[in-house]
Ligand binder design. Structure first.
Ligand SMILES: Nc1ncnc2c1ncn2[C@@H]1O[C@H](COP(=O)(O)OP(=O)(O)OP(=O)(O)O)[C@@H](O)[C@H]1O
Ligand SMILES: [Mg+2]
Length: 225
């Protein structure tokens, strides 16, 4: 069973000084399991805000987020974090690893937060090896390069085999070779049924996706790749 994500008239207002503005303006979007889409747009256009709304990290001002027809806008932190850790894998923009945990423990953390039974060790190693960072399992985030840390965040987002993968500039600190490998990985994950939503500036990634959208001043529009 793959997921059906529907976003209807989603809006997020922020206040700066006395001015209220919409970082996300009445966004409509439909994504199904198996889709690999990208959202491209200038800095400040609202891309991360949109992903954070879908991830349940922010509450919208208005509008709906439906997962298989049911509202996924949950104001209880507890339920929202369970949803985040089971249905959704999120690769946030920037550095997001916990510095006091090893690479291995960072990657397996969402497994425990999802309250699943079993031992994820084999999957953690498999993911790390597949991403070319198997030898770093025992290292701490401070000792990693930007590209290595990015790949750890990617492994962490995939440990629970999420129905939806939200990737915010996942290739921003990767070289061409690693970028190609991550695109192949995302394509494979989409083929296996995950809905992959990637925010990017990276022109190198655009021919990997099925559909591409642009975001401008909070407005999302369709455009063909
Ligand atoms: N907590 C906040 N309070 C007020 N304004 C905010 C807040 N978070 C974001 N913004 C503003 O909302 C707008 C959209 O920000 P967002 O981070 O979504 O942009 P972005 O498209 O991801 O940019 P970038 O490509 O630089 O990552 C920006 O103008 C930003 O300054
Ligand atoms: Mg951003």
């Amino acid at each position: 069973m793959t997921v059906h994500l529907e976003i209807k008239n989603l809006r997020k207002d922020y206040k700066r000084g006395e001015t209220v503005f919409s970082a996300v303006k009445d966004v409509n979007l439909e994504v199904n399991g198996g889709d690999f889409i990208s959202v491209v747009g200038h800095s400040g256009s609202g891309k991360s805000t949109l992903l954070n709304l879908i991830a349940g990290l922010l509450l919208p001002t208005s509008g709906e987020i439906l997962l298989d027809g049911e509202s996924a806008i949950i104001s209880s932190d507890d339920k929202a974090s369970r949803l985040r850790n089971t249905v959704i894998g999120h690769i946030p923009q920037g550095q997001s690893l916990l510095s006091n945990l090893t690479v291995f423990d960072n990657v397996r953390l969402p497994f425990y937060l999802s309250e699943r039974e079993g031992d994820p060790s084999a999957q953690v190693h498999e993911l790390l090896t597949g991403l070319g960072i198997g030898s770093l399992a025992g290292s701490y985030p401070n000792s990693l390069s930007g590209g290595e840390a990015r790949r750890v965040a990617i492994a962490r987002a995939l440990i629970n085999k999420p129905a939806i993968l939200l990737a915010d500039e996942p290739t921003s600190d990767l070289d061409a070779e690693n970028t190609d490998e991550i695109m192949l990985l995302f394509k494979r994950i989409a083929k296996e049924g995950t809905a992959v939503i990637m925010v990017t500036h990276d022109q190198r990634t655009l021919n990997a996706v099925d559909r591409s959208y642009t975001m401008e001043d909070g407005v999302l529009s369709n455009h063909s790749v």
